[in-house]
Design a protein around this ligand. Sequence first.
Ligand SMILES: [Zn+2]
Length: 198
Amino acid sequence: MDDQHPRRSPYHPLAVVESDTVGEGTRVWAHAHVMKGARVGAGCNLGEGVFIERGAIIGNNVTIKNGVAVYDKVIVEDDVFLGPHCVLTNDLRPRSGRFKRAAEAFLPTIIRRGASIGANATIVCGHEIGEYAMVAAGAVVTKHVSPFTLVAGVPARRIGFVCACGESLRADLTCTCGRTYRRAGNATGEIRPVGDLV
Ligand SMILES: [Zn+2]
């Protein structure tokens, strides 16, 4: 770095980054707020107006589009995509005033590696979104979502399976990209990739 070409901060001058645990190369756009205590990994992209609360944990290479709030008790693993204005709640029975609940009563939500949450979708707290699952835009998720599963609607239901690449799988659990999957053989009808995901 020299005086004429100072290295640009990865944080927009109008971003408020109070956390000292934000990884290398993570970019934070205007009007985003990362609270002290929040943990954000490396290589992430936090869009305009994103809010990360103090107890939230964000992995590496996560994309969070504009207007998303990630509250306390929400865990987002590596390579997750959170679409614009999706909502991740943390209190199943919220009250204000004299019946307001303590944060200990909040329920954790986990978004597993590689999963994608569509624009305006809502994840009701206490649920897990499996690896590489995909939640369609506007869906309201009220139960766990299995890995590589595509869910849509209100309440969200399984409408198919998706590949790690994002394409829908054919009926024989193959993808146009060449990856193949098989039934895991459990009661919930989950699928798994054949071999390692590369
Ligand atoms: Zn594929």
